[in-house]
Design a protein around this ligand. Structure first.
Ligand code: GLN
Length: 490
């Protein structure tokens, strides 16, 4: 039991099925680790609820149920609403909120027998790249406690990296699964927009928000993502697509030493410009060399509109956020100011108290770009840029199967280093925003370390519905390397 937190899902499965440990023992082991956590990775932990789920899993195991995730512990980003645990979105506005229903992702994973360990810390309403914008305080990076873990799903990524949970859910609007995965040295995948239900995922920017999966390996991500995906009639943007067994694709036997023979990997010049730090570039290039050794061919491609992703995203995302967040009015949900005069005063005080600075900044920007007279100049222009960015990818995917590049231009920065300069944070999203705007799937996998021993992630972007291919390429890379097996010191 003492080393169970170091095991991957396949080994945990074997241990549960053979009776080496029960789901309850496994859950207790992780709960003990979480209780000793100094990273601030979790917002809400309720052992009695976790253990009830674990006992239910043990009953199913005893009845010879062999559902793949049965008895496997996991953590949910506190953007997915849950019955029982609080659902805060990292905000004071929802700091005491308990949802009367579960998000579809939560329902699906519970039905699959996974055991929820609790809710992980995140940037307020998923707005941020560092998890410093949480009402519950920043999360520390397990590799270097002076560093941010990335964001906005920083709690989930730190929890998996520190072995507080074997797998965790996240959400990615503009990079919030891929970037914290990269900065915490784990694997994270954001699927094609529409594959994972957004029902019960607290909305930030609805046309971009997408649930995703964290694990130490692509194999573990494949298993989690497989259980999360699927059509949901409660989400009008959910796609009707036959379910795929991603893990089975990875487990299929391959012959020869070049399993990636025939794979064309596009290398966009725009992702390797002067803005890319040398200590990130070196491990990325080494990883591309390793993929070539596995038989892949690297082909130069161009995504000329890459630079426009930042202005487009930082108009569209705040616009949608300003609309989505109008529901937090002190009447329907969450916090209400204690003292107020008339109704307008109640709204104003409630929102002034309930939202943090970054959320307010986005509401202001979003309201501005949607207002009469500015809509055409900003919002409409941004939508046109979004289309052009998607066109870039369409052209590139005419020539190559997947696209590779960095996730972040630098390794994790220090906590506090950029809090006074939001634009610095926005600029760091340059390599993750394009795929988000186009609705394409992307995966981040650990490929080495940069300055101060901080992790570096490689990003692979696929065409629509190419999740299985992305996971497979990452898996083949991981079969021949050990970056995903490295662990931070305690
Ligand atoms: N960093 C981006 C932002 O601040 C993306 C966040 C996300 O993907 N949720 O909006």
């Amino acid at each position: 039991m003492s080393v169970a937190h170091q095991l991957g899902l396949a080994e945990l499965r074997a241990g549960l099925d053979s009776g080496s440990f029960s789901a309850e023992e496994l859950a207790r082991h992780f709960l003990e680790r979480i209780a000793a956590d100094r990273l601030n990775a979790f917002i809400d932990v309720r052992p009695e609820l976790t253990l009830a789920q674990a006992r239910a899993a043990d009953a199913r195991l005893a009845a010879k149920d062999r559902t793949p995730l049965l008895g496997i512990p996991l953590a949910h980003k506190d953007i997915f609403v849950t019955r029982g645990w609080r659902s805060t979105a990292g905000s004071r506005m929802l700091s005491d909120y308990v949802s009367p229903f579960d998000a579809t992702v939560v329902t699906r994973l519970e039905a699959a027998g996974a055991v929820c360990l609790g809710k992980t810390n995140c940037d307020e309403f998923a707005m941020g790249s560092s998890t410093e914008n949480s009402y519950f305080g920043p999360v520390l990076n397990p590799w270097d406690k002076a560093a941010i873990p990335g964001g906005s799903s920083g709690g989930s990524a730190a929890a998996v990296a520190a072995a507080l949970a074997p797998i965790a859910t996240g959400t990615d609007t503009g990079g919030s699964v891929r970037q914290p995965a990269a900065m915490c040295g784990i694997t994270g995948i954001k699927p094609t927009y529409g594959r994972v239900s957004r029902y019960g995922m607290i909305a930030f920017a609805s046309s971009l928000d997408q649930g995703g999966a964290f694990g130490r390996s692509a194999r573990d991500c494949a298993q989690l993502l497989g259980a999360m995906t699927g059509f949901d009639e409660r989400d009008s943007t959910s796609l009707e697509r036959a379910p795929e067994d991603f893990a089975a694709v990875l487990d299929a036997p391959v012959s020869g030493s070049q399993p990636l023979r025939g794979l064309r990997i596009g290398i966009p010049a725009e992702f390797f410009g002067p803005g890319l730090a040398a200590d990130v570039r070196a491990p990325i290039e080494a990883a591309l060399g390793a993929l070539e050794a596995l038989g892949a061919e690297c082909v130069p491609v161009s995504l000329p509109k890459t630079e426009l992703a930042i202005p487009a995203y930082y108009v569209i995302a705040p616009a949608e956020a300003s609309s989505n967040l109008s529901r937090f009015d002190g009447v329907r949900y969450g916090h209400r100011a204690a003292d107020y005069g008339d109704l307008t005063d109640m709204y104003q005080r409630t929102r002034a108290e309930g939202f943090g600075a970054e959320v307010k900044r986005r509401i202001l920007i979003g309201t501005y770009v949607l207002s009469h007279g500015y809509y055409d100049a900003y919002y409409l222009q941004a939508q046109k840029l979004r289309r052009l960015i998607a066109e870039d990818f369409r052209a590139a995917f005419g020539k190559v199967d997947i696209i590779a590049g960095p996730v972040s231009p630098t390794v994790a920065w220090n906590i506090g280093e950029r809090t006074d300069d939001p634009v610095q944070n926005y600029l760091a999203d340059i390599f993750t925003l394009p795929a988000s705007l186009a609705g394409l799937p992307g995966i981040s996998l650990p490929v080495g370390f940069g300055a101060l021993g901080r992790p570096v992630g490689l990003q692979l972007i696929g065409n629509y519905f190419a999740e299985a291919r992305l996971l497979e390429v990452a898996h083949r890379f991981q079969q021949g390397s050990d970056w995903h097996l490295r662990r931070p010191g305690e």
